[in-house]
Design a protein around this ligand. Sequence first.
Ligand SMILES: NC(=O)c1ccc[n+]([C@@H]2O[C@H](COP(=O)([O-])OP(=O)(O)OC[C@H]3O[C@@H](n4cnc5c(N)ncnc54)[C@H](OP(=O)(O)O)[C@@H]3O)[C@@H](O)[C@H]2O)c1
Length: 164
Amino acid sequence: MPEMIGIAAVAANGIIGTRNDIPWRIPADWRRFKSLTMGQVLIMGRKTYESIGRALPGRITFVITRDRMWRAEGVRTATSLEDAVDQALQLDPQIIFVAGGGEIYRAAWDRLSGLEITEVDQKPDGEVTFPEIDPDEWLETDRESHDGYSFVSYRRRSPRESAV
Ligand SMILES: NC(=O)c1ccc[n+]([C@@H]2O[C@H](COP(=O)([O-])OP(=O)(O)OC[C@H]3O[C@@H](n4cnc5c(N)ncnc54)[C@H](OP(=O)(O)O)[C@@H]3O)[C@@H](O)[C@H]2O)c1
């Protein structure tokens, strides 16, 4: 079974988004997102897709929406997280990345086996948050500190029988 990994940039106050955008610009975070996800499968919510505004090259992306008529060039649509995961599994991926936003991280939370978090040293205003990373549940396995942000990896302490 593939790993299912949540990938997000999260501010010190838990904020990940505001007005369907991200409240900071950190090019190194985008580069890391690109290098981790290249060649892999992504699952994201329709609002996150709209905020990016295009299909990300080199990745197969499933966009979750309740609107059965919704289409966009270069991405596949799914009507629920379960539908996205079922479709993704047919591709036999090594990793499925869950790329947000807030609704989709929460829907996928119990299935995630790992987290790749960019901790952003800011406390911006915003209305979309990341779920709490409970240290009883998540083990920090790697931390790379930079000026203004850190790249942090987590593993779930008791792996789920099946991540997906
Ligand atoms: N900092 C980061 O790393 C990061 C990463 C990703 C996103 N973001 C930010 O997060 C914000 C977006 O997050 P969000 O929580 O507002 O939206 P979202 O999770 O990206 O998308 C929500 C949409 O997903 C669809 N959806 C959700 N649950 C569903 C279900 N059970 N079945 C079918 N469809 C479902 C619905 O689409 P329809 O309305 O079309 O039905 C819903 O409106 C933006 O500000 C974005 O910039 C930040």
